[in-house]
Design a protein around this ligand. Structure first.
Ligand SMILES: *Cc1c(COP(=O)(O)O)cnc(C)c1O
Length: 412
């Protein structure tokens, strides 16, 4: 029987008939793994030997001093292999693929980070790998395409629709429907039809388990607030997971782009521009027009550029358990710069949304309050965007010089 878990009115599994049996198979494999006492140990062992778990909790001493309190802690998901929390989900799904005895994985990717993580997992587990990516994203994200291909994945540029992430998801689902016997679809965030939201947040809950233990060891109490950026919602659900029964306030930070009032953003909940709907197999808040057509989103952080949000977060938001805010591109670049200058950390532009909101609210908190910020990934990947944002002349010269060299090569 197809299990259709709901969170409040959100979630479910709205699937074409042809995919029902595959989702049933996956749901069963996931349930069995979860009930197997050895599985979580196997997962933790993999993550501590292949990635960098437990990731450290860093006390941001200089930022704390700069703001005159609160005491700021940073959970270092940037130290995972491939540079972000995405490894937690992808490696966990890799273990499930082994249990199901499948030989091939497929995935969708927008900015390319999830594609690189999936290609890495496929190489490690000896699986064949196909990544679907909108044609526009393939052109914009060449460095990630380069690494996916070097890692042995086949990258398929999707030419349908607006040739971006949502079109890549549809193409991946079509592939899955045709190749269910040997193929698993590695969804990248806590969205999609059941069991994906539950499964992805299960693997990401390792962040919260570690963070709660680490902060209790250091401070003997839980934080006043936790900040995490929200694209699909997987890193936020991961770090929030161990704090639902604490007096801790949980803050999800969406991409405010050029400002909520401009309409050029990717905020579904904080903006009130999102409306409930059903797409891509599940019900949640989407940025869509009156006819249910998905809208274009805008953000300096490609990884937050998504029209839907995890159904688990939508329900927790409606219940008042999580507060949602948005940070603008400008606030994000300022927070990125301050974090680099004060702490020597390079947060991903996605993660910098959480920093930006935390910095904005710091003056409201007491000196002895504790806040925890999830640094979901590292910002090295953002070199092109950041160099553009700060109009770095030397960087432009470097790129032009490279282009000239290639031009000369192409001519000769
Ligand atoms: C992909 C990505 C995100 C957004 O994904 P969530 O599922 O919302 O966590 C956030 N930060 C980084 C660094 C990412 O790569």
């Amino acid at each position: 029987m197809l299990d259709t878990r709901y969170y409040g009115e959100f979630g479910g599994a709205y699937l074409p008939e042809i995919l029902v049996s595959t989702f049933e198979e996956l749901g069963t494999a996931f349930r069995e793994a979860k009930d197997d006492p050895g599985f979580w140990e196997e997962y933790k062992n993999l993550m501590s030997t292949y990635s960098c778990r437990p990731t450290p909790l860093t006390f941001a001493e200089n930022l704390t001093e700069y703001f005159g309190g609160p005491r700021m802690y940073i959970k270092r998901e940037d130290l995972n292999h491939t540079g972000a929390h995405k490894a937690n989900n992808v490696m966990g799904q890799g273990l499930l693929v082994k249990r199901m005895g499948k030989s091939r994985v497929i995935a969708e990717t927008g900015a390319g980070q999830h594609g690189v993580a999936t290609a890495t997992m496929a190489a490690k587990f000896g699986l064949s790998c196909t990544i679907y990516m909108g044609e526009l994203d393939v052109a914009r994200q060449r460095p990630n395409v380069f690494w996916m291909e070097r890692l042995g994945a086949r990258v398929v540029p999707v030419q349908d629709g607006s040739r971006i992430l949502k079109d890549a998801i549809n193409a991946a689902l079509r592939d899955w429907a045709g190749n269910m016997d040997d193929t698993h679809y590695v969804l990248g965030t806590a969205c999609g039809a059941h069991p994906f939201p539950e499964m992805v947040s299960y693997f990401q809950s390792i962040i919260g388990q570690e963070a709660r233990r680490q902060i209790m060891d250091r401070e003997g109490r839980t934080p006043a607030r936790i900040y995490a950026c929200v694209g699909g919602g997987s890193n936020a659900l991961g770090i929030f997971s161990s704090f639902y029964n604490d007096p801790t306030e949980l803050v999800g930070v969406e991409a405010g782009g050029q400002g909520l009032e401009t309409g050029r953003h990717a905020s579904r909940l904080a903006s009130n521009d999102g409306t409930p709907g059903i797409a891509q197999g599940y019900k949640t808040y989407f940025l869509q027009n009156d006819e249910g057509q998905m809208q274009d989103t805008h953000s300096v952080a490609a990884g937050l550029d998504y029209v839907g949000v995890s159904p688990i977060l939508a329900a927790l938001w409606e219940e008042g358990k999580i507060r949602f805010e948005a940070a603008t591109d400008g606030e994000v670049l300022a927070a990125f710069t301050l974090t680099m200058e004060k702490e020597g950390l390079i947060p991903a532009l996605e993660s910098s949304h959480a920093f930006a909101r935390a910095f904005k609210e710091a003056p409201d908190l007491g000196v002895d309050d504790i806040i925890l910020i999830n640094q979901s990934g590292r910002g090295d990947k953002d070199i092109f965007t950041v160099a553009d944002a700060f109009s770095d002349q030397q960087w432009s010269k470097f790129i032009l010089k490279k282009a000239e060299e290639y031009g000369a090569e192409l001519v000769s």
